[in-house]
Design a protein around this ligand. Sequence first.
Ligand code: SF4
Ligand code: SF4
Length: 386
Amino acid sequence: MTTDQQSSASQPPRPLGLLAELTHRCPQRCVYCSNPLELVRKNAELTTEQWAQVFEQAADLGVIHVHLSGGEPTVRQDLNELVEAARQAGLYTNLITSGTLLDEAQVHRFAEIGLDHVQLSIEDSDAELADHIGGFDGAHLRKMAAAAWIGDAGLRLTINAVVHRQNLHHLEEMIQLAVSVGADRMEVAHAQYQGWALKNRDALLPTRDQLDEATRLVEQYRQRLDGTMAIDYVVPDYHAIRPKACMGGWGRQFLAVSPDGRVLPCHGADSIPELTFDNVRDRPLDEIWFDGEAFERFRGVDWMPEPCKSCPEKTKDWGGCRCQAFALTGDAANTDPVCALSPQHDLVEQAVEEATTTDEPTWQYRGFGDGGDVVQVDGSIASDDG
Ligand code: SF4
Ligand code: SF4
């Protein structure tokens, strides 16, 4: 069956995108990192050959794009082989990197072996604040060098900026930075409150005024840069009254493979304790996609409670995000509380109120296990219970 064939009525659609989380290792410690709180160790990671099989099976299943991600994917010594394997399988290859470990020779090597696209993250336009948010001194300067090498090598470039209460005042400068390094595209993504970002929500949630100003700026620059640089904009759920169709619907367009081979309907799904995940070491990817317990659990509309069950929006937003429903209500099968029709929508309103009235927010840097140091957002040391 080819990728453009319609799935039969009895089968779910085939996935278009694969997030290959090659590793959880990363030199940065971003306070909004969406990786799980318990990270996979190096000795549990899939091998080169196992990833190559995943890429072949994904292409057979209908996947078009592979996003080579992490953690920081460039810590993998076999990354060139993995890019080549993905290309050989016929996949469009997108490397999602912080750029902090790249050198000029490696970037040119990527171009030689046919890497299609690089998505480079920045934390801010100001080097000092950027390094503070990412928890890695010198990272910003390394990223700027990487951006120049990517341009010299002729690779397509997207600049990815995660925005939140601590850096939104620099949004205009971040857009100008993306233009100055010759990016084809910029993604301005409000932090999604999963993983470490949920731990640090009180320090990161923007105010309504900040959100409105950011939206105005993005619209202004979209018009000004029309034909020069496109801007994608991911708005924060917490100020919305309807949820997004998370991942285009659970088990409908997208799958993620974790560093140790577990196959997830979205990269945050292992935060939901009731789910068990098949592993590519034990089962072929197509069987997991069509029959895997975790994919079947929230696929389609049969699992939905009220008010989703009788709502006309249910095949547009698919009831929102399951990880968010679990994180906020303790039950992944609840309507996403971001929806104003949810009986638990007040949880979201309370979170916004609490976060945006916190005087001295602390944040915790991403780390292995329970991880990171807790510090005041301004960099001073917080008390133990802070
Ligand atoms: S968000 Fe930051 S810490 Fe997390 S994987 Fe990306 S660069 Fe590393
Ligand atoms: S009730 Fe459910 S289906 Fe309707 S808009 Fe809200 S989340 Fe979407």
